[in-house]
Design a protein around this ligand. Structure first.
Ligand code: ZN
Length: 127
């Protein structure tokens, strides 16, 4: 990958990092609200559940964005974290923070576990 490509990815990732940091810091949606109205309570609980879901998703994404930025610094950007093959440039252009090539991602998605930590275990289980 050329330096100009790398710096382009870096600025995309930095912008994403700024966005996500702001979203993750905003905890307003997960504050427990009480209401004398039972229906309101149900609505609050639903909203809160959704806000927590978003927060988990954004935190995971932020972790991937930070890792990608670190990879750029260390010169290992664009390499699949699992199989160590180059990630397809089209995939990288669409999701520059992805830690995996498409094959490894499919295995991770099938297992429906979001996160890098368990992937090795999952892949061992899938083999
Ligand atoms: Zn891979």
């Amino acid at each position: 990958m050329t330096n100009s490509e790398l710096s382009k990815y870096k600025s995309v990732l930095e912008a994403k990092q700024t966005d996500l940091t702001r979203l993750v810091r905003n905890r307003e949606g997960i504050v427990i609200k009480t209401s004398p109205d039972a229906l309101d309570e149900v609505q609050h609980a639903t909203d809160r559940e959704m806000a927590i879901g978003n927060l988990v998703r954004d935190s995971n994404l932020l972790r991937n964005v930070r890792r990608a930025l670190r990879d750029i610094e260390e010169g290992s950007f664009g390499v699949c974290l699992h199989c160590e093959e180059d990630i397809n440039p089209k995939r990288l252009a669409a999701v520059p923070w992805t830690p995996f090539c498409i094959q490894c991602q499919e295995i991770a998605d099938r297992s429906q576990v979001d996160g890098v930590d368990n992937l090795d275990e999952l892949l061992v289980g899938a083999a």
